[in-house]
Design a protein around this ligand. Structure first.
Ligand code: A2P
Length: 329
């Protein structure tokens, strides 16, 4: 496979290269792409240096697969140009996620809907992926009525600039700000920009993308997304109300049996998921699984995952693996 990685110098792009190498993705030619200012620079892949090329050169090379992590505007402009030359684009941005003609894919949940005709495939938002992976088996069995989610999100989701801001603040140095406020020793209850209804875009992604991936618009979702000075992954407090009665031990078993989910839940040993331990791993970790006694058929849980991995790179690479395995590219 000729594979283009668009945004190869970025936070997600770098993890993408790592995940592609770790999983031994069948690459015959790697085409790293970044903005004009990076063309000619090198990125490392499997111990070799590769020269970054321009978008135009990458399109001219007609790769079978292009994995995009270069922001929404770049995807909107260039994904169709890749698709026009026959490339299948797996796009990490929010540009195509809610487009009715595009599939929004978490492979463990809905990859079977993919066909050869899907030339632009959307990778969901990082916070959404980890939440729906844990919810999908529970929804199937107990039918989710309503979700209340609060997120505690890693700064790596904002990109290189945010990591630099935190490092500058640790060191007591002035520098470019990725956020309108200091992030060191802070919690910023605003991820992405505000919409007119008072919610942030990140919160609306959690709402709309969840309904699309679980293919159920009747699920009521409300969300509060908060940025915290953490780098290893996103954490989420999720309150789930089901239509049906559930059994707590069955919930644990369903989660333990789900591909890509690891249950870490034992109050006696202080076992629960945390971002410093999720960092660098591909799984979604679930703990603090307990009944919400304030309301019937309702469950609380705590879900943590490396947002650059399952929340972005790993999920995109898994989509690519599915396409290859099923001869869809
Ligand atoms: P560059 O490093 O040349 O700016 P992050 O979100 O971590 O900041 O990374 C964004 C990624 O998207 C980087 O690899 C960046 O390249 C790339 N990028 C930004 N704008 C464009 C563009 N117009 N064309 C191609 N790549 C882009």
């Amino acid at each position: 496979m000729k594979v283009a990685v668009v945004g190869a110098t970025g936070m997600v792009g770098q993890v993408m290269l790592k995940v592609l190498a770790e999983r031994d993705f069948p690459i015959t030619e790697l085409i790293p792409v970044a903005s004009a200012r990076s063309v000619g620079k090198k990125v490392a892949y499997k111990g070799k240096d590769y020269t970054i090329v321009s978008m135009e050169d990458a399109i001219a090379a007609t790769p079978e697969i292009a994995i995009f992590s270069a922001g929404g505007a770049t995807s909107l402009e260039y994904a169709p140009q890749f698709a026009a030359v026959g490339t299948t684009v797996i796009d990490n941005s929010s540009a195509w996620r809610m487009d009715r003609s595009k599939k929004l894919v978490v492979p463990e949940i809905n990859a079977t809907s993919l066909t050869k005709e899907d030339k632009i495939i959307a990778n969901p938002n990082c916070s959404t992926i980890q939440m729906v992976l844990a919810l999908a088996p529970l929804h199937k069995k107990y039918n989710i009525k309503r979700l209340v989610v609060s997120t505690y999100q890693s700064i790596t989701g904002t990109g290189v600039k945010a990591v630099q801001q935190l490092e500058n603040e640790y060191a007591g140095e002035k520098g470019e700000m990725a956020y309108p406020y200091p992030i060191h020793r802070n919690a910023i209850p605003a991820c992405d920009v505000f919409e007119e209804n008072g919610y942030t875009k990140e919160e609306l992604k959690l709402i709309r993308e969840t309904q699309k991936i679980l293919d159920d618009r009747s699920i009521a979702v409300t969300a509060t997304a908060v940025r915290i000075p953490v780098v290893g992954g996103h954490s989420e407090s999720i309150n789930v109300a089901f239509h049906n009665e559930y059994d707590l031990s069955d919930v644990r078993k369903l989660l333990s049996d789900t591909d890509g989910v690891t249950v870490q839940d034992n109050p006696d040993t202080n076992t629960y998921p945390m971002p410093i331990y999720a960092e660098g791993k591909n799984d979604v970790f679930v703990g603090r699984i307990r009944r919400d006694h304030s309301q019937e058929n309702t469950l609380n849980m705590w879900v943590v995952s490396d947002n650059l991995r399952k929340g972005a790179a790993t999920n995109a690479v898994q989509i690519g693996e599915y396409l290859i395995k099923n001869q869809l590219v």
